[in-house]
Write a protein that binds this ligand. Structure first.
Ligand code: CP
Length: 306
């Protein structure tokens, strides 16, 4: 597990090991030997795009295990990238100062590029409209905790399925389980990527594109909502048309089974009404909390070995 670049690199055994480690991480207490296991280790967080959850949960993760963090505020603006330095040169420099590099970048494929030149583990924290593999790990961990199983699962992925890197990684990761059915609910301009649909078909995964959010809500175990990604649109008219087409509100929640949950990688804009937050099936803040434990597990594995 030297680098974490894409969801497809994880098989069932790797997932089992990460989830078992994450469950242990939930019990780590300050002052114990486990809380010092990464003493002296340094993580660099290199973020060229905004982040709240991913960056802070990674920084919290290594701090909880006794390590320290190097960071630059808004790497595109305040690192030497602003002077024209290539990503490769930046990575070749930071590898001298840190034991692992958590990278968020605006270009799909950037984490793979970084991994090709790095002597220390690169952890993909989101590469443009590409992938967000550690988000998929925490999403699948959350589904396991909330629903109690990963096989024979019905999931509705809703929103920006073209640009949403979280749904790309999640679709790849869930494809390894038996009997999974995926519904894709998206405005046409941001329909699920063709290469992912082709991959799923090749793996024998059942998937369907559906317009009716209410119908999907009544059939699924997990309703996974995503934000329409304004920053990826060239044409703001298309963004305006896509935004607001699908919203989870109390009416949609009335369709959802009592044992189903709503997940969202966050941040949200208005695609889940705030009135839904108090519903016990709204699991997105519990999901964000799981990000800490999953990232503690990943960082520990990357720095100490699997
Ligand atoms: N889910 C997620 O990636 O959130 P941030 O953009 O806040 O890191």
């Amino acid at each position: 597990c030297k680098h974490v670049v894409e969801a497809q690199q994880f098989g069932p055994e790797a997932l089992h090991a990460i989830f078992a480690e994450a469950a242990q991480m939930e019990k780590v207490k300050p002052g114990t030997a486990e809380a010092k296991v990464l003493d002296g280790r340094v993580m660099a967080t290199l973020f060229y795009e905004p982040s709240t959850r991913t960056r802070l949960s990674f920084e919290s993760a290594i701090t909880h295990l006794g390590g320290t963090v190097l960071s630059t505020e808004s790497a595109g603006e305040y690192s030497s990238a602003a002077k024209g330095e290539t990503l490769e040169d930046t990575i070749r420099t930071i590898e001298n100062y840190a034991d692992c590099i958590v990278l968020r970048h605006f270009q799909a494929g950037s984490a793979k590029r970084a991994a090709l030149v790095s002597s220390v583990p690169i952890i993909n924290a989101g590469d443009g409209p590409g992938q967000h593999p550690t988000q998929a790990l925490l999403d699948v961990y959350s589904i396991k905790k909330e629903i109690g199983r990963l096989n024979n699962l019905k999931i509705g992925m809703v929103g920006d399925l073209l640009n949403g890197r979280t749904v790309h990684s999640l679709a790849y990761m869930l494809s390894m389980f038996e009997g999974v059915k995926m519904y894709f609910v998206a405005p046409k301009v941001v329909a699920m990527k063709e290469e992912i649909k082709t991959y799923l078909t090749g793996k024998g995964v059942e998937w369907e594109e559906v317009d009716d959010l209410n119908a999907v809500a009544s059939d699924v175990d997990v309703l996974y909502m995503t934000r329409i990604q304004k920053e990826r649109f060239d044409d703001m008219k298309q963004y305006t048309a896509a935004r607001g087409k699908y919203i989870i509100d109390t009416k949609v929640m009335q369709q959802l089974r009592n044992d189903a949950v709503v997940l969202h990688p966050l941040p949200r804009v208005d695609e889940i009404a705030v009135e839904v937050d108090d519903d016990p099936r709204a699991a997105y803040f519990r999901q964000a909390k799981n990000g800490l434990y999953i990232r503690m597990a990943i960082v520990k594995q990357c720095l100490l070995g699997c």
